[in-house]
Design a protein. Sequence first.
Length: 443
Amino acid sequence: MFLRNAIHTGIVLVSSALLLAQTGRAPAEIGRKALDLLLAEKYPELSGMFSDSMKQSVTLGFLQQKVSAELKEFGTPQSIGDAILGVDGTNNLVSFPVKFSNTSIHVQFTLNPSGQIAGMYFRPPNKPLPFTWKRPSYSKPESFHEREVTVGSDMWKLGGTLTIPVAKGRVPGIVLVHGPGPNDRDESIFAIRMFQDLAEGLASRGYAVLRYDKRSKIYGEEMSESSYTIDDETVEDATRAIALLRKQPEVDPTRIYVLGHSLGGYASPRIAARDRKLAGLILMAGPARPVEDVAFDQTAYVLYLKGEPGESERAHLQLLKAQAEQVKKLDAKADNPPILLGLPTAWWLNVKGYDPAAEAKRLGIPMLVLQGERDFQVTMKDFALWKSTQGGRENVTFHSYPALNDLFIKGEGKGSPAEYHNPGNVAPEVLDDISSWLSSQKH
């Protein structure tokens, strides 16, 4: 979960300052300077090259915490190849092949017409320039339409998309709740759009689906200046989205469901407890264990993926282990560090004692729990815990998929971060199982 947060947000960075018009410098030269600063971890200087929009979504603290941790997992830079140039509309693309001790990637910078860095991406070696999402076969655009909506009305208001089936009468509605990090409404990662797949696939089957940009995506700078909690990051906006969906004329207000992915699944029982009127929950790769344990396990998995890690990687793992232990011992009355495992201490204190599986059982709400068996981030340990804690409840259904990963996309062999670079869609059997479960719910 939190490793993909680094992949999803520390790598798929958005938008960036250095005026080409003023300096006359070539895109390759600008890109190489940015790359050198990135690899040297000179983040204040790198941040100085960012455009205003980049600075808002990718703060200096984010670079120092999330991006730095991701670079350490890549290992030591060993060689840098020549720049590969491309064009995307009015933007210039500059991509550099970089060989690290643990992997090889392309580091790409997008330069806007003023020469500012307008994007930064890590890409697989064989796909150095952008690739695009492809609509899955189960999406039938003629069977639904979409309209833009706004979730909330205060300083944290968020843009969203409501996907509505072409149908007579009111239909069930589903709110999609994101995983960790500053996700957009589609949960975009490289050419993957998990939430767009789900929204279009479920709307094609007769369900209204609301997806929205995450608060940390739109208000990253404001959140970085405060000690936010999971309620601020996820729960509050999800409950607002539920309330908005209930008001839509095409939607049956008594048949509203939350579909939470990763962190969204972890938070779903808390969302249900806050709302009290949900018809059910759909958990996709939702952690049932403490988040600090999930975060440590996934980092250890990746570090050992290619064999015995080096001395620096083992030291990094020991540091994470020590911080995970600190999280478990946090006391609100003590003098705590401001950040642990990349999150504010207030975040950890807010979930201290929170047990999503126990909360779900207490609520007794109908649930569908889905898990990819190749998922190395939220694993079958969590799936087994969901099963064992629900006490054979008749209104809880479980499905696991041998070939699917954390994004519910098919793959082969051991799961790895590298496969997130490959274009793909949520597997059709997942849409089938969700639709079948929804249609089985009695109201």
